[in-house]
Design a protein around this ligand. Structure first.
Ligand code: ADP
Length: 407
């Protein structure tokens, strides 16, 4: 088995040179372009020796060496600095930070293999005790200074992200309000038109015009639904969701949803099964909001289950609350995506299937349905989560959404 050498270096010319020289001597060379990648690769490859540049981006060579030394399997391997930085004190600092040796660039291609071999056989550059202690202190100060600068940088970035996130929510609120006004006008006039046409008598043109108006109205209602969804999403994002608390019978609420979804399921040849729901005790909550939450989850079950499948809804009293399970025989959700699908605008897979329809197979929407559902459930001190063994449009592993609401 060959000896493994990890070379951590951001300069590609040096990378190529060292890797060529050492490979020709039978070493297996791994390259990392910065300290973080170096630490990851060192863990993975467990090298026998590390060569490291000092002036690396982000985590410099000294900090990386200190980090590598804290990994038990790398605590005593040779870590050799290979640097063009020969300013006074640099060698001592590197040795105090944990380097075994300090070599300078330009690289001497005749000497390097001999030096590497010597370090592998236990050779070390020495540093007197007193100098080591002094440099160790300096190294610690440098680390803390860098850490402070990084923390400040992260704080600034975080503040910026907060600001962007707020701007996005405000934009959603504004955009949907802007859209709502003209939409209300169009809707109102098309209603008036429809009524006037209905009152007209005996005109051959009437039926085709009425058909157009009907389609117009349908389009307007769908637009209104989209705007409402955005408004609701924005309210949840800004924590401005108002709940009208009252006793709610989940069984009744689900029966209403069943009546709403049955005709939709018929068009897609899907079975909608409702079990054990009538006997569930009343909870306190906002009936309309809860209905929206459950509706969004059932709607997804319909959207992500191919024709001929089944969506079953069941309920039980569990852990001081009611748990509703919405199980489908659809394409399923990959485990690594399961926590993200509740995030705003998070949609899975390609968006080619994107559709304004609320029931077409894989007809994804804005990625707000589950965000809204979770926002509403959590505002009721409840929980929503999903179980699925993975996504497979052929084998159809299905998904089960759980909604738990306190009694
Ligand atoms: P949308 O409103 O666009 O449908 P959602 O927030 O409701 O978005 O869902 C987010 C993503 O989660 C969807 O794009 C879909 O990929 C996935 N998803 C949600 N429910 C299911 C389900 N029952 N089966 C498979 N995938 C689902």
């Amino acid at each position: 088995m060959s000896t493994r050498v990890l070379y951590i270096e951001d300069d590609q010319d040096s990378q190529r040179l060292v890797s060529r020289v050492l490979s020709s001597f039978g070493y297996e060379v791994f390259l990392a372009k910065d300290g973080l990648e170096g630490v990851t690769l060192a863990r993975e490859k467990q090298p026998h020796l590390v060569l490291i540049d000092i002036n690396l981006p982000h985590l410099d060579g000294r900090a990386t060496t200190t980090r590598l030394r804290s990994i038990p399997t790398l605590a005593s391997i040779p870590i050799v600095a290979l640097t063009a930085n020969i300013s006074p004190g640099n060698r001592e600092l590197a040795l105090a930070a944990g380097c075994t040796g300090f070599l300078t660039k330009p690289i001497d291609i005749d000497e390097l293999p001999k030096q590497v071999s010597a370090f592998l056989h236990g050779y070390k550059h020495s540093l007197p005790e007193e100098a080591r202690n002094q440099n160790l202190e300096q190294h610690a100060r440098n680390l803390v200074e860098k850490l402070e600068a990084k923390v400040r940088e992260l704080e600034n970035i975080n503040a910026q992200l907060y600001r962007l996130d707020r701007m996005k929510s405000e934009f959603l609120t504004l955009a949907s309000h802007e859209l709502r006004t003209p939409l209300t006008l169009v809707g109102g006039y098309s209603d008036i038109l429809e009524k006037q046409l209905q009152q007209m008598t005996d005109l051959a043109m009437l039926p085709p015009i009425l058909q157009v108006v009907e389609k117009l109205n349908k389009g307007v209602s769908r637009l209104k639904e989209i705007v409402d969804e955005i408004v609701r999403g924005a309210r949840i994002a800004t924590g401005a969701l108002h709940l009208a608390w009252q006793p709610v019978l989940i069984g009744v609420l689900l029966a209403e949803l069943e009546a709403y979804f049955l005709p939709i399921c018929q068009t897609r040849n899907l079975t909608l099964q409702m079990e054990n729901l009538r006997g569930l005790p009343a909870i306190v909550g906002d009936e309309e909001q809860l209905k929206t939450a459950v509706k969004n989850v059932i709607e997804n079950g319909i959207k992500y289950t191919p024709d001929g499948g089944e969506i079953s809804v069941s309920g039980q009293v569990l852990g001081g609350g009611i748990e509703i399970q919405i199980k489908d025989t659809g394409i399923g959700i990959p485990p690594e995506e399961q926590s993200y699908i509740f995030d705003e605008f998070h949609v899975l897979g390609p968006i080619d299937h994107h559709s304004t329809s609320k029931s077409a197979f894989q007809g994804g929407g804005l990625g707000l349905g589950l965000t809204i559902a979770r926002g509403i459930i959590e505002a009721h001190n409840g929980r929503i989560w999903v179980e699925s063994s993975g996504r497979d449009p052929d084998k159809l592993p299905g998904s089960t959404f759980h909604i738990w609401l306190p009694l």
